[in-house]
Design a protein around this ligand. Sequence first.
Ligand code: FO1
Length: 313
Amino acid sequence: MKLVALAGGVGGAKMAYGFAQTLPPHQLTIIVNTGDDFEHFGLYICPDLDTVCYTLAGLANPITGWGRANETWQAMQNIKRLGGPDWFKLGDQDLGTHLERTRRLKQGDRLSEITRDFCRAWGIGPTVLPMSDQPVRTIVETDQGDLPFQEYFVQRRCEPRVRGFRFEGLDQASPAPGTQEALEAADAIVICPSNPWVSIDPILHLFGWRSREETPWFGPRRPPIVAVSPLIAGQAVKGPAAKMFAELGIEPSVLAIVDHYRWLLNGIVVDSSDSEIAKQIKIPTLLTDILMQSAADRIRLAREIMEFIESLS
Ligand code: FO1
């Protein structure tokens, strides 16, 4: 089965890891959100791409989910001592990734080429693609003004009340080379348990998938699309998804997730603890344990999702 996974950061990375352990490398493409990317200290930082790559390579920090395992913080400690900004924690090994990526971008290489080369160097088999080679920037519209994503998420700890989102640069950006080909060839598309508003919507909007009327398909046949809920019992497994739904006046639950992607989905994967509310879902539903605490959880979930997809067709 050729599978395309749409992923944001930590939740997307764990799901991608499960598929990477289950499918041959040439059957898996992971398209990653780049709306969280930003420039800091003159460096081009791609948090979701790095989180996915570090996770697939077995290099990710197991506690935070982002950044590197066995990291040291000498550069950051020095920056702090010199009075520089230390709100966004860049470890020494991680800094090497940003330095090399920035050097390559400045010499004219594309983000997708650089990601391909980094994946090769890290021994990653599946194809990892940034959603676009052009910059798209998620802006969180809040009661305290418009905030670039990392300022909202890390510096302001998601405290401002959300009013909406916009994705700057989207109209000038195009899907990265390889994304359309992967989608055309896909037997299934999985929307990973990532934040729908800020991790998945930038990808969907970039592809022009914004509503039932406005969802062009790249190929002759559209494969089944299945989403894995990022919410369990109304709470986000990680991050501000539930808070965002609530502040936008939507009750955070698996029903809100189904509704969010309503024109796209052929199936939804929800946690067993949501079995009562899942009775109201009108599309095929896989009820299982979706909390991925261990590598074994990720692999089991990936296998179950693939069986579920096969049962749909
Ligand atoms: N998240 C934090 O909450 N605090 C940080 O200091 C932080 C640093 C960081 C550095 C590199 C990187 O790749 C990710 C980092 N993240 C940090 C995570 C990142 O902000 C979010 O996970 C994503 O952008 C949301 O998917």
